[in-house]
Design a binder for this molecule. Structure first.
Ligand code: SF4
Ligand code: SF4
Length: 130
């Protein structure tokens, strides 16, 4: 991924226009039928690796709303494909845009432990530039 938006989200949609990867959609456009909040498409999130900070978390007014999830990388293919929290896009020619098919950039400075625990992006500010 990626980052994940939790149910702390107030659906202000402030993050949507900030995302350089058009990875964020409003609740109404979420591919998850059971999700009433703004949603991050992990198959598109690039963790803002070219920026000082993840732009979505930088503008989000709700503390702890945006958290880390695992890298969108082949090592985590099954994690994403079998995860009820995500509905991965199916490309007409390439098929499921899984981490094995379409891995995305991710920040190595964020530990696997922090990702597993879904630590808030804001709590890892000091690591953004390392
Ligand atoms: S971390 Fe960056 S690329 Fe990922 S959803 Fe947030 S703004 Fe978009
Ligand atoms: S900026 Fe934060 S609270 Fe607003 S829609 Fe995005 S994740 Fe939700």
């Amino acid at each position: 991924m990626a980052v994940m938006i939790t149910d702390l989200c107030i659906n202000c949609d402030a993050c949507i226009d900030e995302c350089p990867a058009t990875a964020i959609v409003s609740a109404d456009s979420s591919p998850r039928d059971d999700w009433d909040y703004t949603y991050v498409k992990p198959e598109k999130c690039i963790e803002c690796v070219d920026s000082a900070v993840p732009k979505c978390a930088d503008v989000c007014p709700t503390e702890g709303c945006i958290v880390w999830d695992m890298p969108y990388d082949s090592d985590y293919n099954d994690y994403y494909v079998d995860n009820d929290a995500y509905v991965i896009r199916v490309h007409k020619k390439k098929g499921l845009m899984s981490p094995e098919v379409s891995p995305q950039p991710w920040r190595e400075a964020i530990s696997a432990s922090d990702r597993e625990q879904h630590v808030a992006v804001g709590e890892t500010l000091k690591l953004y530039n390392s």
